[in-house]
Design a protein around this ligand. Sequence first.
Ligand code: GLU
Length: 547
Amino acid sequence: MSRELAELLFPNVDKTLEYYEEKFPERKFEKKSKITRLGPSPTGFIHLGNLYGALVDERMAHLSDGIMLLRIEDTDDKRRVEGSEELIINSLKFFGIEFDEGVSLDGEVGEYGPYRQSERKEIYQTAAKFLTEKGMAYPSFVSEEEMEAIRNQQEKEGVNTGYYGKWATDRDLSFETIKSNIEAGKPWTLRLRSSGDPEIAMKFIDGIRGEITVRQNNLDVVILKQNGIPTYHFAHVVDDHFMRITDVVRGEEWLSTLPIHLELFHVMGWRRPNYNHTAHLMKSEDGKKRKLSKRKDPELSLEYYMKDGYFPEAVTEYLMTLMNSNYEEWRMKNPEKSFKEFAFKTKNMSSSGALFDLNKLNDISKDVLIRLSVEEIMDFMLSWSEKFDKNANSLLNQYKDDLIKILSIGRDGKKPRKDLVNCTQIMQFISYYFDEDFEYVDKMPERVSNDDAKAILEQYLKTYNHSDSNEQWFEKVKIITDGNGFTSNNKEFKKNPEAYKGNITDVSTAIRVAVVGRQQSPDLWSIQQIMGEERVKNRIAEYLKQL
Ligand code: GLU
């Protein structure tokens, strides 16, 4: 009866599994090489978790001389959003992830396609027909309302919910009943005829979690929906088999349905891939850990980083530290190396939730930006601003050469300044340079009164000589300090603070506030040299007017 049933359900399927086995032969890679895939759904949203998973896929594949492919999991028509594929591909590319195979912006690449699940219906149906023929799948006519009634009853009885055992009444429908139902046009789904027993626990090795215990599945899960499109469970099994994927990297939310996937591989008679279930990205809030949420946490979206102008290298570097706890130590020993030289291992990944911390990302970003050249930083800022901040873009273009000098101040030497985090922050950081929108951000230091400020700035303006060396300039600041009741002798000031209004830091800070509008900045003399005599004098004069 199984053969007849298979013909009844799939009259138009004329291919066999052998056909696809031949069409998609084993790949000719070395044994050690891993073939990985990213299977995002085109929902119009790409998040840090996708990038995190993609980076694991990428590292696994390329460190083992394997490849990684992009498969679009678009079986859910309702969730599909126009433009998602471009968003996925472009965003990942921005962060340095490019696929060797699969869906690309110039069509599909590779011999194992199609790479969109919506175009693989025939393959799934062939696999479904095979299972039906083997007696391991059957059509089920239960409606959603009936399923709900079953669930209610199960909850009342306090047993596991789902379609299984005595609840799975369509398991035993006669061929005649099925036939007349189908002829009457009743919609049906195809279900797995499970033979598992949840009492039986099996040992399972997860690439990230190590040995775990998995109970057998006993649910007669839907494998084809009423429209003939497979569920995730069935689609990924068929795809990972025929795309000859060796290693699946996916979120831990799939662990609970892993028993289903193992049974499906088993009934298909296929070798399963290795599974690597990544931990959720967590956030610490009010002392509690919780999953990053699309609704509450804007920083979950990759767009957040692109808009703020995070450098992709910084985000990748941060994700590497999240991925392997020994990465930071390696980085300390190998400051100049590319992260690609790090021996990433899935078994060194945390299985209990990776704690995401924006402050930490910012710190890492500072370190990463110190390793980039100022020209690289400027190029990135230009391309960022072109897209996200037109005003910044015109300023950057107009003053590019000066800004490169501004950004270079204090970057060499043993202890380089680490001020730069992302483009938005850098624009703020260098905003003192622009006369456009210039603002006095900070006030005078506390120990400098209005009258003191006036005296200091007037004298500064009078004695200012743009061709003074840094040393000559500083000597003048000392003279101004000592001549106005402050002291340039710090030791003396410590010993006898009551004798002075303040020390040289107060005076130089007062000058700094007048010139760059803030109490802290890179070396002031260098800034003045770049800004030019006229602008420096104007700033001082302007400040004096306000006093
Ligand atoms: N489409 C699935 C998801 O977005 C992919 C899971 C997998 O990689 O198998 O979660």
